[in-house]
Design a protein around this ligand. Structure first.
Ligand code: MOS
Length: 727
């Protein structure tokens, strides 16, 4: 089914299940420890061995020898596979770093061998016995130096109007540098897989991955197999945040280990290995220039960014929001994607916008202060309903001003501290800050199959649930469409035997996958109508009604299971519109007057993302994003060893994420909006929007508390303590 024009009035406008709060349906499995995560699937295949990786200890160069003889004869060892024994493996979909094979080292902790043994302890002990020699090459890890070198060069991605003249002539200007460090996804569940390649022909993988079909295709490419011979299951994912979009070393090593040992192998990447072996969000260096009239209209917007990646990689385009977010006739935007020999940079929750708004929304705060205009008002003044970089293109829906106004009211913005460094609560300096949020609202084609049997509906799709609530919103969509109660619907996800869905990424999952389930349900409705020989049937209260016909769905499917399948595709009409999501964040912090420690005291978020499919699971996404934003503001940083080229703090003890105790109070408000151009459900995603802008709101609040402007994240004590106001 193609969605080829904006949706009119439909069943979701009078929904009784979609849009209503529902606890997540797989919740009981999770809280009782019975949801099977990849590493715990002890019963899917017998005779599982355990694999353990060996990682490179240099960042760039060649391996000259690997001596695995001692490891091979260690107790319990069944097989050792080294990278020198096999040819470089072809790269899977959007894989950039070589995952295995050959002698070239591209980054620190690249996987170079796998040891397979009867137990984890035996595999780990033997892995430590593998001896490797290298020929090290000179490498580059310095992003600041790269920005210096590249500044002012290259082709802008957006060059509208005449930025140079507008900036030179602007009565009020800002020109500042901002830095964000590399970030780790730091999901709770590590990359983990059980792989059975023992018969050499069929490859079966139980893993933790956001994108089943990409993963299946990548496995087929990497190992030269027919895609039909590859089976992937990933029904539960303990967090991904973009780190599990791609094929990674856990699957590759377990597969090679399984082929060598002729038994299934399970392998989880050890946490201290994950940070350098898998992907991360690149650091950014950002120069922002803003020009405005005295009454607060932006006339010039310049954003120049450098981020790093391995050759061919994705980096972190922190300019992502800058073409679209604020009005302004003249703008120039450029992203320097710099090849470096650090581990592979790739997508992490709101790739681009997350770090871009960390800078841009501080710049907006600084500019508002220069202008003497309230920062909420300044953003309202520069709102736009058209794409400012291409004014022929309108936003499908944009309610940013309402986000700002609702948030200001809920937070009590008018009572905020107005003079930096003036408000105290005992030994704490109190500050208030806010920021805007922007993130795209994309959709991807998404399919599903539905089975109706004796009045019970089973939904099958290779969509994943990465903690986001997919199971629940898919059940809601199917129940609503078929006129069934929630408990008559069972949802099966994350299996390559099911129709290809959008998967979970880019905050496209919720909107896309529910649209696909809707399409499949409509196909089932057509089948039922044909079976009953009726026209214009309505599906309500477990029955199908048409004219004088009233038949229960149990009866319709009593003698035979009815199966229907369809894929929602999205038409070209979307190209003439800009679909995005918007938000506003308000934060109160306390900064300790003696130490400079920043503590969040309360947060309010307002989101405009079209129809909210389930306020419980959507809120959970947004409060999680807000906590992640506090981490980005105050503590998260992959510290780079500029000599050796690796992330030093590669574990969860020293890579510090925000936790519950760091966030005393959060409020989330969803605007009651719909976006008819998005999908028939008129919904867009919120999973990434919830992170966007948060860190800048915290930074702006910390400035408001102290008068100290930190433009180099994270805002740690050392950046505050020397400059604190006298007690
Ligand atoms: Mo997202 S960074 O596309 O999982």
């Amino acid at each position: 089914m193609e969605f080829n024009e904006p949706a009119g009035q439909n069943i979701f406008d009078r929904a009784t299940i979609v849009g209503k709060p529902h606890q997540r349906i797989e919740g009981p499995l999770k809280v009782t420890g019975t949801a099977p995560y990849a590493y715990e699937r002890h019963d899917v295949v017998a005779g599982q061995l355990v694999g353990y990786p060996v990682g490179s200890t240099i960042a760039k160069g060649r391996i000259t020898s690997i001596d695995a003889s001692v490891a091979r004869s260690a107790p319990g060892v069944v097989a050792v596979v080294t990278t020198l024994e096999i040819d470089p493996l072809p790269l899977g979909f959007l894989n950039v770093a070589r995952l295995f094979g050959g002698n070239e080292v591209q980054h620190y902790h690249q996987a170079i061998a796998v040891v397979v043994a009867e137990t984890l302890e035996q595999a780990r002990a033997a892995a430590a016995l593998v001896k490797v020699t290298y020929e090290q090459e000179k490498a580059d890890f310095d992003l600041d130096a790269a920005f210096e070198r590249l500044q002012g060069t290259g082709k802008p991605s957006t060059d509208v109007g005449d930025f140079d003249t507008a900036f030179a002539n602007a009565p009020v200007t800002l020109d500042e540098m901002y830095r964000t460090p590399s970030h780790s996804h730091a999901m709770m569940e590590p990359h983990a897989s059980i792989v059975d390649w023992s018969d050499g022909d069929r490859l079966t993988v139980w893993t933790s991955n956001q994108m089943i079909n990409w993963n299946r295709g990548s496995l087929a490419t990497t190992f030269g197999l027919d895609k039909e011979k590859v089976r992937v299951e990933s029904p539960y994912v303990g967090g991904g945040f973009g780190g599990k979009l791609w094929l990674r070393a856990d699957e590759v090593l377990a597969a090679l280990g399984s082929r060598a040992a002729r038994r299934p192998v399970k392998l989880a990447l050890p946490r201290p290995f994950m940070m350098n072996n898998t992907t991360h969000r690149s650091a950014t260096v950002q120069r922002i220039r803003l020009g405005a009239t005295k009454d607060g209209k932006l006339t010039a917007i310049g954003h120049e960014v450098a981020s790093h990646t391995l050759p061919g990689g994705r980096g972190e385009d922190a300019t992502a929001q800058t073409p679209y977010f604020y009005a302004g006739a003249n703008r120039r935007i450029i992203h320097h994607l710099v090849d470096m020999n650090l581990p592979e940079s790739s997508d992490m929750r709101a790739p681009g916008e997350a770090s871009g708004l960390m800078a841009l929304e501080i710049a907006m705060d600084e500019m508002a202060e220069k202008l003497g205009i309230d920062p909420v008002r300044f953003r309202i003044l520069n709102d736009t309903q058209l794409n400012p970089s291409d004014p022929k293109v309108p936003f499908s829906e944009r309610h940013f001003v309402e986000c700002l106004e609702r948030g200001a009211e809920a937070f009590g913005w008018t009572n905020r501290n107005k003079t930096p460094g003036r408000k105290r609560d005992g030994t704490w300096l109190i500050g208030h800050g806010m920021a805007g949020a922007y993130r795209g609202g994309p959709t991807l084609d998404s399919g599903a199959r539905v089975r109706l049997n004796a009045g019970r509906l089973v939904v099958e799709t290779d969509m994943t649930d990465i903690g986001t609530g997919s199971y629940t919103i898919i059940a809601q969509t199917a129940a609503e469409t078929m006129g069934l109660p929630m408990d008559a619907v069972e949802v099966r996800l994350g299996n390559s035997a099911y129709p290809v869905a959008s998967g979970s990424g880019g905050q496209f999952g919720a909107a896309s996958s529910t649209a696909g389930v809707y399409a499949a349900c409509l196909a089932l409705q057509r089948q039922i109508a044909k079976r009953l020989d009726v026209e214009n049937p309505r599906f309500e209260n477990g029955h199908v009604r048409a004219g004088n016909t009233v038949v229960s769905l149990a009866q319709v499917s009593a003698d035979q299971e009815l199966v229907a399948e369809d894929t929602m595709t999205f038409g070209d009409f979307k190209k003439s519109l800009l679909l995005a999501t918007f938000g506003a964040h308000f934060v109160e912090v306390g900064v300790h007057a003696g130490t400079g420690e920043v503590r969040v005291r309360r947060m309010v978020a307002v989101c405009d993302a079209g129809r909210i499919l389930n306020p419980v699971t959507a809120r959970s996404q947004v409060i999680g994003g807000m906590a992640m934003g506090v981490g980005a503001a105050l503590s998260e940083e992959l510290a780079t060893d500029l000599g050796r080229g690796f992330f030093v703090n590669h574990d969860l003890a020293s890579y510090e994420v925000a936790v519950h105790a760091d966030i005393p109070h959060q409020e989330v408000i969803f605007l009651d909006t719909t976006d008819a151009s998005s999908t028939p459900l008129k919904a867009k995603g919120v999973g990434e929007l919830g992170l966007c802008g948060v860190a800048a709101a915290v930074a702006n609040a910390a400035y408001n508390a102290t008068g100290i402007r930190v433009r180099d994240y994270p805002i740690t004590l050392d950046k505050m303590i020397e400059r604190l106001p006298a007690v």
